[in-house]
Design a protein around this ligand. Structure first.
Ligand code: F6P
Length: 323
């Protein structure tokens, strides 16, 4: 192994830059040449490559977003797209690649490695925290803190006016951000795609809990919840309970930006180093993860197949806090 490439792909996540820095420097320390691929798989197809030296990644560990930029590439989903991507890698003499992203990114890597002789090692980076086999994905902690800060502010208004707020957080298929932020903010109800029992909790809260407490209500809604999102559910609640003052806040992409927390930076650095160690050891088609605070290697097919399950205990705790 004499040269590796790396790229970020899918939704950006705070801490991706810290991972880019770690991969680049660990590779250079092992006497490898490093090529950065810009704009994810799309840039791979177009040959948008740049050599990376240790100094190119200075001053980025604390920045959100990704210096290599990112994309969701439709072209790469086609055999023609992957064939063009492979030609570009071959021309640049690259046969080992670190992919920093979420499940869609790893599915793409898995597919390409079945068709062409390219070794991929993945680093999980998504604010959704929905990869199987790792307790943690880069960006989750930062996004969680962003949500908590925002909801704390919303709570001030909710309490002052005695209102119920439906706050929508990101997570098309995953309720991790909703569940964790809900606990941290003392939300009265959380609605997540992984559990349909919570709808009943909302009903109970609106009927009894709210009146008893005569205070405020925060309902955290994961965007992928079956209710159809905060707007829809608030509309229904307004009809059923005209006596309540209902408001909606959709937090949106502020959740994806901002400087990564210390833990996101540290874990990104640990995983970046581990990814290079894995490639040097001849590993391929694996995701680096952190489980019980230890670095682990998870085959792509397991990491992407089984969605990260919700911790039922956390869900119970959330309910217990709202007796
Ligand atoms: O996967 C990360 C994520 O932020 C999801 O939580 C969200 O559903 C999606 O990306 C939004 O994607 P985009 O920024 O491409 O609209």
């Amino acid at each position: 192994l004499s040269r590796i490439a790396l790229f970020t792909s899918g939704g950006d996540a705070p801490g991706m830059n810290a991972a880019i820095r770690a991969v680049t420097r660990a590779a250079i320390a092992a006497n490898l040449e490093v090529i950065g691929i810009r704009r994810g798989y799309q840039g791979m197809i177009e040959g948008d490559f740049q050599p990376l030296y240790a100094s190119d990644v200075s001053g980025i560990i604390h920045l959100g977003g990704t210096m290599l930029r990112t994309a969701r590439s439709n072209a790469f989903r086609t055999p023609e797209g992957r064939s063009r991507a492979y030609e570009q890698l071959k021309n640049a003499a690259i046969d080992a690649v670190v992919v920093i992203g979420g499940d869609g990114s790893f599915r793409g890597a898995q597919e390409m490695s079945q068709e062409y002789p390219v070794s991929f090692v993945g680093i999980p980076a998504t604010i959704d925290n929905d990869m199987y086999g790792t307790d943690y994905t880069i960006g989750f902690e930062t996004a969680l803190n962003t949500v908590v800060e925002a909801v704390d502010k919303i709570r001030d208004t909710a309490r002052s006016h005695g209102r119920i707020f439906f706050v929508e957080v990101m997570g098309r298929e995953a309720g991790q951000l909703a569940l964790h932020s809900g606990i941290a903010c003392g939300a009265e109800v959380i609605l997540i795609p992984e559990s349909n029992a919570e709808g009943g909790k909302l009903h109970d809260f609106l009927k009894h809990g709210y009146k008893n407490k005569e205070s405020s209500g925060i309902v955290i809604v994961a965007e992928g919840d079956e209710s159809g999102g905060a707007m829809k559910i608030a509309e229904r609640v307004r009809l059923d309970h005209p006596e309540l003052e209902v408001r909606v806040s959709i937090l949106g992409h502020i959740q994806r930006g901002g400087n990564p927390t210390a833990d996101d930076r540290i874990n990104a650095t640990r995983m970046g180093v581990a990814a290079i160690e894995a490639l040097l050891a001849g590993e391929k088609n694996i995701m680096i993860g952190i489980a019980r605070d230890k670095i682990v290697q998870v085959p792509f097919k397991i990491a992407v197949k089984l969605c990260h399950r919700i911790d039922e205990q956390l869900l119970d705790i959330q309910r217990l806090m709202n007796i």
